[in-house]
Design a protein around this ligand. Structure first.
Ligand SMILES: [Ca+2]
Length: 491
């Protein structure tokens, strides 16, 4: 049964979908109550739509998270746990979210980063994907040069689909990536215009595609902004919005007490950049610089989203377009003594999600219902009036648009591999519970974590081994092992 709103939408002319992904952006926005960041355009979108306070990704790193969302399946089904494997090798016949829209008469195109770099899926799209380069700027002779403009003669875009370029071997690619990273700092504030860096160009292309597809065939336009992924390159004017001394450092810069060690990592992704320490913590100044960079890159992306949404209005498409915005996973900004993503903590798994639908009953509302990224696929099917495909492992949250307080999922599930272990995490109303199990024998539990969000919302104390929690652990372990199917809302 569709909720009233989604049924209404389905009866009308097919709605367009503007599907905006933001790389590595955690829910660090004004609309989420963060006062010291400037994100006026996403805040305005939240005022027109529904904001999800408790949205979770299924694995906190780019390709596994994106693949899960775009196929509507969890990592244990996609078997995509890393940045190298392609889901067409593991689940070759899956119908992806955009592919399903394409099969139903939509014009579907990817601009920027939707599938992970180098792992695009031509079957999903009606036209070749357009992906701007991931690193924009580097310092040469004391001045900034925009790398992508310089590197590409005719166009700042690389056509990935049908690309004749042979992929280098994995090891070679890794070495190339590491060598390139070591030469550039993790942040930069070049005096350039918005359009000189990738995300400005991605917005430009999105605007062009909307203009050329405003009539006729409905569109599913996937626009993937690259910031605030490292390196935090953003035009200087966005850095000028923030004073270094005002940047607040994480209040919990140490690992949780009694943490299971596999829960932590050494944030190698950041350490590879020029000037970053190979071991040990960042200096206070470096921490402030990183946080300012994250904020500046976020404000830069927000401004590009503003340009895209303004065009949607100017073309009078807003009343016929579903807009969904998601960040692919969270990020540690120094919490637990860590940077980057790659964990089972709240800081990595908790994500940003907002949805604005024409004729939405409640505007500017927030919901505390648990939703998971795997739910996005069935939700967009419902809202566009398409049948869901077989094998989806999420639940349409379209009914929350009509009733944001509706009793909903009892838990959200995430996972993260670490060496020979897989961490399985479950977030319930009160707890975060994690079991670290052997990959080759999931019944062998090597370690557990339990955080009580009632008393410890920042997850600073692992109470899994406290004897008084034995019964809670037994109950949560049972729920975790019963899995997502046992946590879906009762219809
Ligand atoms: Ca990412």
């Amino acid at each position: 049964m569709l909720a009233g709103l989604s049924a209404n939408c389905a009866e009308q002319k097919k709605l367009n979908v503007l599907f905006i992904a933001i790389d590595d952006l955690r829910p660090q926005l004004g609309c989420y109550g963060v006062k010291d960041i400037r994100t006026p355009n996403m805040d305005a979108l939240a005022k027109r739509g529904l904001l999800f306070n408790r949205a979770y990704c299924q694995q906190a790193v780019c390709s596994p998270s994106r693949t899960s969302l775009l196929t509507g399946r969890r990592p244990d089904t996609t078997k995509i746990y890393n940045l190298e494997d392609h889901f067409r090798d593991t689940i070759p016949d899956v119908v992806t979210l955009p592919q399903h829209f394409k099969n139903n008469g939509y014009f579907c195109q990817s601009i920027g980063k939707i599938f992970h770099d180098g792992l695009d899926d031509p079957k999903s799209w009606s036209a070749p994907s357009m992906a701007a380069t991931s690193r924009d700027v580097e310092l040469e002779d004391g001045r900034f040069v925009t790398r992508n403009v310089r590197a590409q003669v005719d166009s700042p875009y690389i056509l990935i689909a049908n690309s004749p370029v042979q992929k280098p071997a994995q090891d070679e690619r890794t070495l190339q990536r590491q060598a390139a990273k070591a030469k550039i700092p993790p942040w930069s504030a070049p005096e350039v215009g918005d359009e000189d860096l990738s995300d400005g160009q991605i917005a430009d292309r999105a605007i062009e595609v909307m203009k050329s597809h405003k009539d006729g065939q409905p569109f599913f336009l996937a626009v993937g902004f690259r910031k605030p992924h490292l390196p935090f390159d953003a035009p200087k004017k966005y850095y000028d919005m923030y004073r270094l001394d005002d940047m607040k450092l994480a209040s919990n810069p140490n690992p949780p007490k009694d943490v299971f060690e596999a829960a932590l990592h050494n944030w190698g992704e950041l350490r590879g950049y020029k000037g970053m320490p190979k071991e040990g913590p960042l200096s206070e100044r470096q921490s402030r610089e990183l946080i300012r960079g994250y904020y500046a890159a976020t404000s830069y992306v927000d401004a590009q989203i503003g340009r895209v949404l303004e065009t949607l209005d100017r073309l009078k498409l807003r009343d016929n377009t579903i807009v969904i915005v998601w960040g692919d996973h969270g990020w540690q900004l120094g919490e637990h003594g860590m940077w980057c993503k790659h964990t089972c903590f709240e800081t990595s798994t908790h994500t940003l999600l907002m949805l604005s639908v024409p004729q939405q009953k409640h505007r500017g509302t927030k919901t505390d219902a648990f939703v998971e990224f795997v739910d996005v696929y069935p939700t967009l099917c419902d809202l566009a009036g398409l049948k869901q495909t077989e094998g989806l492992e999420g639940t349409s949250f379209a009914p929350l648009l009509d009733n944001p307080n509706k009793p909903w999922k009892s838990a959200a599930f995430s996972q993260y591999p670490r060496g020979w272990l897989m961490g399985y995490a479950m977030r319930t109303d009160r707890y975060r519970y994690v079991e670290w199990v052997a990959k080759i024998n999931p019944k062998r539990v090597a370690g557990r974590e339990l955080y009580d969000h009632e008393t410890d919302p920042d997850e600073n104390l692992n109470i899994a081994n406290h004897p008084e929690n034995k019964e809670v652990i037994a109950s949560l372990s049972k729920r975790l092992n019963a899995g997502w199917r046992a946590a879906v809302p009762k219809q």
